[in-house]
Design a binder for this molecule. Structure first.
Ligand code: ADP
Length: 479
């Protein structure tokens, strides 16, 4: 069953229920009030007759004296009968004609007033019975007044027709309006479905669902927005994937071309040329570095990179990296500025890889005579900030937001000659994230003013590894 049909059925049923309930209430109240009016007038007529009557006692016999003309009590539509307790008719109004049975035989068997409906000669009557009681409390007879219910019955029938007819008409009209308004309301969903199908068929993620004009803040529009946002994200991911694949192929092809060129050269020369062999070796090394980096990145991104949870003394690690970097630095001074003691929880080797990567970048982009300074400072809120600052080329501010992207290099040609594939910083970013920290770069992009890379890491709650060796060991056992 379609949503449109379900909606229409649902509110038609609710409307029918409400109208039915309303109809029953109106019908009941109206009938009761009409009958109530008639009962009042019948009672008044019966009481008038009793008031105009008298009871006299001769010896043991009680005689009821009734006014002779009963037609003058009540209106023209009120008939009256007076009965003795033994079932003898004492008198009745002339308008009845030759009718000698009680209007309501049950009423004559009761010692209290009663009201009933009765059918007399095919006429629907309302009958009121009032016992005639002496001052001593004895029932000596009954006055029965009756009135035809024709007007009431006609009124009730008309009301019933109006209620049923009106109700059915109203429900049918509501269903019709509901059916068409549901179509209007659901039409945007159909557009969304069609667009989604087109996207699937054409494999075109650049399509978007057209937004409503003028913009509305309703459920359908929110669905459109959510759908378009998902599409945008999918498109970005898809493009990034495609770009990544193209970058990987390109990066792998460059060393392969170099290797093939050198092999060709040697074949033509007919001997193993040491320069060509060196080139082949360096290109093969570059390739295996690249493949290694790619594997690491893939593992880090899929969350399958194993990470130790040891207590790491960052200050010691920084000193270690500094002395290693000093060996590599050709003509660049590597030193340590401010250094605080800091212990973090994490993987020592991976953290060392991050710092080494930052320092080797700094060395790569800092000309001779420059300086690379490392620092470690405790920051507010249980954080530690590790910095690597250089006095090199710097990074143009517009490029800063991209340098952590995979394969991104500010100066492609230059970076490649320096041996970089543009994966170092994205790996560093991943590793830092996996440690619950964040990495940032700042630079004015001016030669000589260099760049500063900052890594924020959450401090371990323990101050030194020795202090908490036990809990950590327990943690590892649990892991
Ligand atoms: P690469 O392997 O090319 O160094 P990275 O991901 O480590 O790749 O760095 C990306 C790019 O960011 C580099 O190619 C370079 O353009 C820029 N970059 C990184 N560190 C520095 C720095 N200290 N000074 C200037 N540019 C830098």
């Amino acid at each position: 069953m379609s949503l449109r049909l379900r909606l229409t059925l649902w509110y038609s049923t609710v409307l029918a229920g409400v109208i039915f309930l309303f109809g029953v209430i109106v019908y009941t109240i109206l009938s009761a009030s009409l009958i109530g009016q008639i009962d009042l007038s019948l009672k008044a007529a019966a009481e008038d007759i009793i008031r105009a009557s008298s009871v006299s006692q001769v010896l043991d016999i009680q005689i009821v004296n009734i006014p002779p003309d009963l037609d003058r009590f009540g209106g023209p539509n009120v008939y009256a009968q007076v009965w003795k307790t033994d079932g003898t008719l004492v008198n009745q109004s002339g308008s009845i004609g030759a009718y000698s049975d009680p209007f309501d035989a049950h009423g004559l068997a009761e010692s209290y007033q009663s009201r009933r409906d009765a059918v007399v000669r095919g006429v629907h009557l309302r009958v009121f019975t009032l016992p005639i009681i002496t001052s001593g409390g004895t029932v000596v007879g009954y006055v029965q007044t009756a009135s035809p219910l024709r007007t009431v019955d006609v009124a009730k029938s008309i009301l019933l027709i109006v209620l049923v007819g009106g109700g059915v008409g109203a429900v049918a009209l509501a269903a019709l309006i509901g059916w068409f308004s549901a179509r209007r309301a659901l039409a945007p969903l159909e557009t969304i479905t069609q667009t989604a199908l087109q996207i699937t068929r054409a494999d075109d993620l650049s399509r978007r669902i057209p937004m409503a004009e003028p913009p509305q803040d309703d459920e359908v529009n929110r669905l459109r927005m959510a759908f378009n946002e998902s599409l945008e994200r999918l498109e970005k991911l898809f493009n990034a994937q495609r770009r990544f694949l193209a970058d990987v192929s390109h990066e792998l092809r460059t060393p392969l071309t170099a290797i093939r060129g050198n092999v060709d050269l040697m074949r033509r020369m007919g001997e193993a040329d040491p320069t060509s062999l060196d080139a082949i070796q360096s290109e093969a090394e570059r390739m295996s570095r690249l493949v290694g980096d790619l594997l690491l990145l893939a593992q880090a991104e899929s969350g399958s990179l194993p990470l130790a949870h040891d207590l790491v003394e960052l200050d010691t690690l920084l000193l270690e990296v500094c002395s290693e970097a000093q060996v590599l630095a050709a003509g660049v001074t590597v030193g340590i500025g401010e250094i605080d003691q800091a212990v973090v929880v994490g993987d020592r080797d991976r953290l060392k890889q991050v710092i080494l990567n930052l320092v080797s970048n700094a060395l790569k982009f800092t000309p001779e005579g420059g300086r690379v300074t490392m620092g470690l400072a405790l920051a507010a809120g249980q954080w530690v900030r590790l910095t690597v600052t250089d006095t090199g080329t710097g990074i143009p501010p517009g490029e800063l937001s991209h340098i952590f992207d995979r394969f991104y290099r500010v100066d492609k040609a230059r970076s490649r000659t320096l041996g970089g594939a543009g994966l170092g910083l994205s790996i560093a970013k991943r590793i830092v994230h996996m440690h619950g920290g964040r990495i940032e770069a700042s630079s004015e992009g001016i030669l000589g003013r260099g760049a500063t890379f900052s890594v924020w890491l959450p401090l371990s709650q323990a101050r030194s590894p020795a202090e908490t060796r036990k809990p950590v060991e327990r943690k590892q056992e649990r892991a």
